[in-house]
Design a binder for this molecule. Structure first.
Ligand code: PLP
Length: 414
């Protein structure tokens, strides 16, 4: 069955015809029948180079041997026990060893759950109610953080969701990214701020990079005002290198949220941090958190295999960083701005690289849409939004990267 027919059926069944908003490409999204390496195969018989990569988790590409074998071998032993399993101890040890901020960790099933629990923990630990988030920061689809949220919320033009209790959102304060004065003013204005939650590198309206010294100063300010610092590394974790942004920039938060890559492509989230804070999580402490699928053996097997592979192949990070720079070179002179860090990249239809959400939103989204269609015609799938980060994976060979660079140059100059 063709994509258009599948979407017609889906629209009668699912809101917008999809399971997550940003997928609702008009007039209809392509449906995928299979994926391997750097490629997606659609039900319409097309083969596309994938620069969306499941919105970030697939840093090894689609169906990589190492993860596939680990999943297959776990399948024979069952995939849900409802009890602890050895894989969660191994994955927890790996994550704690890789992250300076993490002494203890709790596995959940999505990044949204991770940030929801981390915020609850921060409120419990400080006895305060307010949180600060960055304008355009996306931390999942739960009430407290659906205020000026990036990702699908920005793409679909509904940055503030209906149905969210006003009293709850009143406890979510906002400040622009890269604005230290604004942060200082906000933190000094209230005694009731439990935590600042921040994507250290903005990935859901970006990438938008921290200005030199920004993250260090964020850490200093949060310490000065005795506010907990939560790094949301759901995208940047194992994407910017082993240890994510906190290792890359040398800044240690109090709590860290992870997801995406750590599950090897299966659903996952995790939050972790200082021992005294994490000791407050149930059943050790009074902050309740639980989940049927948390720490399930199949995801743990996939995650352990993916992180194991990254540890054995650390050179992948510099190769992919060279790759995104190469794509950037070919975009020079096209009038917009190219931003990359590690294997994250994006071309903004705006003359200068954005420093924050307000600037990113000035991008010409109509021009992006035309460009996106041209890229798809050339067999390259980039996320269907000006505000979603593009990715490369280990399966993107230098030849494939050259092909992508070529397509960027052609589609931007046409
Ligand atoms: N935090 C960040 C930084 C994200 O990018 C995302 C998802 O894109 C989330 C949290 C939510 O993760 P999930 O979609 O797994 O709930």
């Amino acid at each position: 069955m063709k994509s258009s027919e599948l979407f017609d059926r889906a629209k009668a069944l699912m809101p917008g015809g999809v399971s997550s908003p940003v997928r609702a490409i008009q007039p209809y999204p392509f449906y995928v029948a299979g994926a391997a390496g750097a490629y997606l195969k659609t039900v319409d018989g097309e083969r596309l180079i994938d620069c969306c990569l499941g919105y970030g988790p697939l840093i090894l590409g689609h169906a990589p041997e190492a993860v596939r074998v680990a999943i297959e071998s776990q399948l024979a032993d069952g995939w849900l026990y409802g009890t602890p399993c050895p894989g969660e101890v191994a994955l927890g040890e790996r994550i704690a060893a890789d992250h300076p901020s993490i002494d203890m960790v709790r596995f959940v099933s999505s990044g949204s759950e991770a940030t929801m629990a981390a915020i609850r923990l921060a409120r419990a630990a400080t006895g305060r109610q307010d949180i600060v988030k960055i304008e355009g920061g996306f931390h999942g689809a739960h009430d407290a953080v659906l205020v000026k949220a990036g990702s699908g919320a920005t793409t679909m033009g509904v940055p503030d969701s209906a149905g969210v209790v006003a009293d709850l959102v009143a406890h979510t304060r906002q400040v622009a990214y890269n604005d230290l004065e604004g942060l200082d003013a906000l933190l000094s204005s209230s005694e009731d701020i439990a935590a600042l939650i921040i994507e250290p590198v903005m990935g859901n309206v970006g990438p938008i990079l921290p200005e030199p010294g920004y993250l260090q100063e964020v850490r200093a300010l949060t310490l000065d005002y005795d506010v907990l610092l939560i790094f949301d590394e759901v995208i940047t974790g194992y994407r910017l290198g082993i240890g994510g942004a906190q290792v890359r920039y040398g800044v240690t938060p109090d709590l860290t949220t992870l997801g995406k890559i750590i599950g090897g492509g299966l659903p996952i989230g995790a939050f972790g941090g200082r021992r005294d804070l994490m000791a407050m999580v149930a059943p050790q402490g009074p902050v309740y958190q639980a989940g049927t699928f948390s720490g399930n053996p199949l995801t743990m097997a996939a995650g352990n295999a993916a992180l194991g592979w990254l540890h054995e192949n650390p050179g992948i990070y510099s190769r992919l960083e060279k790759g995104t720079r190469r794509i950037g070179e070919t975009c020079a002179g096209a009038g917009g701005s190219f931003v990359s860090l590690g294997s994250m990249f994006k071309y903004f239809f705006r003359p200068a690289a954005p420093k924050n959400y307000a600037e990113a939103k000035e991008s010409d989204t109509a021009a992006f849409r035309v460009f996106w269609e041209k890229m798809l015609k050339r067999g390259i799938f980039v996320p269907p939004s000006q505000f979603e980060t593009n990715f490369l994976s280990a399966a993107h060979t230098d030849e494939i990267i050259e092909h992508i660079a070529d397509a960027y140059s052609t589609c931007l100059s046409e």
